[in-house]
Design a protein around this ligand. Structure first.
Ligand SMILES: NC(=O)c1ccc[n+]([C@@H]2O[C@H](COP(=O)([O-])OP(=O)(O)OC[C@H]3O[C@@H](n4cnc5c(N)ncnc54)[C@H](OP(=O)(O)O)[C@@H]3O)[C@@H](O)[C@H]2O)c1
Length: 336
């Protein structure tokens, strides 16, 4: 049985990595539909530092307010320690991984224990350890929901129309910008799984890594601008996104699609003139899709690359690592 208190990283104020505090807090009680997970590893994702910074990238009047103190973190891998009475299908001792309550910001995974909705979890693939499993949920589900299957009927967050993945096959070329990062390296492998030809765009040091994951072509964006050297691509997945994403439209063939993973600025008239579609979605927790991804992880069809690991108490150093950029795969906190 768990003790009544645990170590957890909390924010008492918003700011830089130094506001991540190692605290002693009560072990959470699983609510209806939830299980208590003994966390073995917690993945680090961009929303963790957006929360830490108080969404400082948004105009002040549109920033959401968070109740502080708060435990950040959405991704975990661990072992079920207790199960609410209404939960079927998970038992004490099961090894699980998941993206918790996203797009909420109350996953609270940077802790020794987390209360997790059972529907957000899947059994951890037996063939990978907790560190690798904790690196998969948010980035893997983002790639899955953009490229393979949306998997829900919630109203779209960033656009009027529902996001629709483009069916991928061997006749298609996909350009992945930011291919070495968390989302990018999963997207590359999922596109290869579907048989597509993949052009990976990243800084030069990532070339051997991305070739090993299956990239057919590699563009070092510090030497060449993809929009100047690539034409007639069927799909662009731009994990960098933002205001600069629009330039990549020029790599597309007519009828092609661009999926900016981070919202950018596009012009409907330009899209229509080029004959292309731009579509974005926001990742959502989904245990069933994670189980599908888990089968690919177990089979070795898709692998989780680990950029670096840090002990839970060193979450500050993990965020400092993230702030230096050029991430290759995932940053993970080791807990148990
Ligand atoms: N829509 C959603 O639901 C959703 C879900 C998850 C993430 N996101 C967003 O997607 C973005 C990526 O997330 P992530 O977890 O994959 O981040 P990440 O792990 O930090 O990866 C970002 C990658 O982009 C590369 N990069 C940086 N500048 C670049 C440039 N100018 N051109 C090409 N590559 C560049 C970086 O390495 P190099 O520069 O060394 O190549 C790094 O590998 C974040 O903005 C995140 O907020 C959105």
């Amino acid at each position: 049985m768990p003790t009544h208190t645990m170590r957890a990283i909390r924010l008492h104020e918003h700011g830089g990595p130094e506001v991540l505090r190692d605290d002693e807090v009560p072990v959470p009680e699983p609510g209806p539909g939830e299980v208590l997970v003994r966390v073995h590893a917690a993945g680090v994702n961009p929303p963790d530092w957006y929360l830490r910074a108080g969404m400082s990238g948004l105009p002040p009047e549109t920033r959401p307010k968070f109740d502080l103190p708060v435990i950040p973190g959405t991704d975990l891998s661990g072992v079920v320690e207790a199960v609410a009475a209404d939960v079927d299908g998970l038992s004490v001792g099961d090894e699980v991984f998941g993206l918790l309550r996203f797009p909420g910001f109350d996953g609270s995974a940077y802790a020794e224990y987390a209360a997790a909705p059972a529907s957000d979890l899947a059994l951890k693939p037996a063939g990978i350890d907790h560190v690798h499993a904790a690196g998969a949920p948010m980035a893997g589900l983002t790639a899955w929901q953009f490229l393979i299957e949306l998997g829900h009927d919630h109203p779209p967050t960033f656009q009027a129309a529902k996001h629709r993945p483009v069916p991928l096959d061997a006749g298609m070329t996909v350009l992945i910008n930011g291919a070495a990062g968390g989302v990018g390296h999963f997207a590359l492998q999922l596109a290869k799984w579907k048989g597509a030809r993949v052009i990976a765009v990243a800084s030069g040091t990532h070339e051997p890594f991305l070739r090993e994951l299956g990239a057919d072509e590699f563009i070092d964006y510090t030497r060449h601008r993809p929009e100047e050297v690539v034409r007639d691509v069927d799909l662009v997945l731009d994990t960098v996104g933002g205001p600069d994403s629009r330039r990549l439209l020029h790599t597309l063939k007519r009828g092609g699609s661009q999926f900016p993973v981070f919202p950018g600025r596009f012009d409907e008239e330009e899209n229509a003139k080029l004959g292309v579609t731009v579509s974005i979605t926001q990742v959502r927790s989904n245990g069933a899709q994670l189980a599908d991804l888990g089968r690919l992880l177990d089979a070795g069809t898709v692998r989780v690359a680990i950029d670096s690991t840090f002990a839970l108490a060193d979450a500050r150093a993990a965020h400092e690592r993230a702030s230096r950029g050029h991430i290759q795969g995932k940053i993970v906190l080791t807990v148990a």
